[in-house]
Design a protein around this ligand. Structure first.
Ligand code: SF4
Length: 336
């Protein structure tokens, strides 16, 4: 049976006004998220993945930031236009978020119980006694040993991995429809990272929560995501089911990212592949493919016009002139 789409993002644009000009942090981003799906949003720093997700939650600091276009459709409403008091009921309750460093999200002066109880009382209208009991249940669910005792500890009394488990417990307290995880395992060592990802996958299946996983780590995507969106310079350049993206990456940027992963069996003296050049300045981006200065397949048309997203298979899309027939109307010549 086909899972229902629970979130539709169409043509999202988020800009920041600065003294040097308009930073087009997110430009024409569209994607869909189905029930129980885990969607990866991958890209290098500054590609717009975190701003995209902060825009979904309407957490963009304004000014200088502003959602200037597009729609975020969730439960029949466009979140871009819902008033702040309604948004406060959605955040944490229906759409939750966890971040890279739990220490910056947990209040170091308050016991975990105080911080968790607040979530249940605020969003679920529970009394204090029941909220305390539910907090213990959630800690048990995320694998904290002796939760009855640990619930009254302070954040500094937990290790990094355990703190991230506490954050996951808090984020899932209200059994949200969507969990946005922004680099949730980056600050952890590899063993703990694997445990946290496994835990998220397990809990999302148990609680029917879809996950948007923001990461720069293609290993994380391979381990947990059903589908993946690759972002570059504020836009999604390729979308695909994870397995297909790894087998047959279409966009030259995705190909470059995958080529730059160290491979087993390579000799020490072999040079590791890297994509030449730097990501573009997002201020006043030109209306053409922003990857062209770094792309070995760039054609004349790439410097003149932005390609539209084009289907390249079932549930696959790519924004690249290489796959457009329309490019034939231009006289293509390699860019010097
Ligand atoms: Fe390269 Fe052109 Fe495709 Fe951009 S549109 S990725 S420059 S081939």
């Amino acid at each position: 049976m086909k899972d229902e789409t629970i979130l539709r993002v169409k043509g999202l644009q988020t800009h920041f006004k600065t003294d040097d000009g308009i930073v087009q942090a997110v430009e024409d981003v569209s994607f869909e998220l189905a029930e129980k799906e885990t969607l990866g949003i991958v890209g290098e720093s500054g590609s717009g993945k975190s701003v995209t997700n902060l825009s979904l939650m309407k957490l963009i600091p304004s000014p200088p930031g502003k959602i200037v276009g597009g729609e975020v459709l969730f439960e029949g409403e466009d979140l871009v236009h819902v008033p702040e008091n309604q948004m406060r009921r959605i955040r944490g309750n229906k759409i939750s978020m966890i971040f890279q460093d739990p220490m910056t999200c947990l209040n170091p002066f308050l016991r975990i119980s105080t911080q968790m109880i607040e979530v249940f009382m605020l969003h679920q209208n529970m009394d204090k006694k029941r909220a305390h009991q539910e907090s213990i249940e959630m800690l048990k669910l995320v694998g904290i040993p002796k939760p009855e005792k640990r619930v009254d500890d302070y954040p500094h009394q937990f290790s990094g991995g355990m703190r991230q488990r506490v954050m996951i417990a808090m984020a899932l307290s209200c059994k949200p429809k969507i969990l946005i995880a922004d680099e949730p395992s980056t600050a952890l060592d590899v063993t703990i990272q694997a445990q946290i990802l496994e835990l998220m996958k397990e809990l999302s299946a148990k609680l029917n929560t879809a996950i948007i996983m923001i990461t720069h780590d293609l290993g994380v995507v391979a381990g947990i995501c059903d589908n993946v969106c690759v972002m570059y310079a504020g836009t999604i350049v390729e979308k695909a089911p994870t397995e297909e993206l790894y087998k047959t990456p279409k966009h030259p940027y995705t190909q470059g990212l995958l080529n730059s992963i160290p491979k087993l069996g390579k000799r020490r003296e072999d040079k590791l592949y890297s994509i030449e050049g730097q990501p573009p300045n997002l201020i006043n981006l030109p209306d053409c493919c922003s990857f062209y200065p770094r792309c070995e397949f760039a054609m004349e048309i790439c410097t003149k016009k932005m390609p539209e997203a084009i289907p390249v298979g079932e549930k696959r899309e790519v924004k690249c002139w290489l796959y457009h027939e329309k490019k034939e109307v231009f006289r293509d010549s390699p860019v010097a």
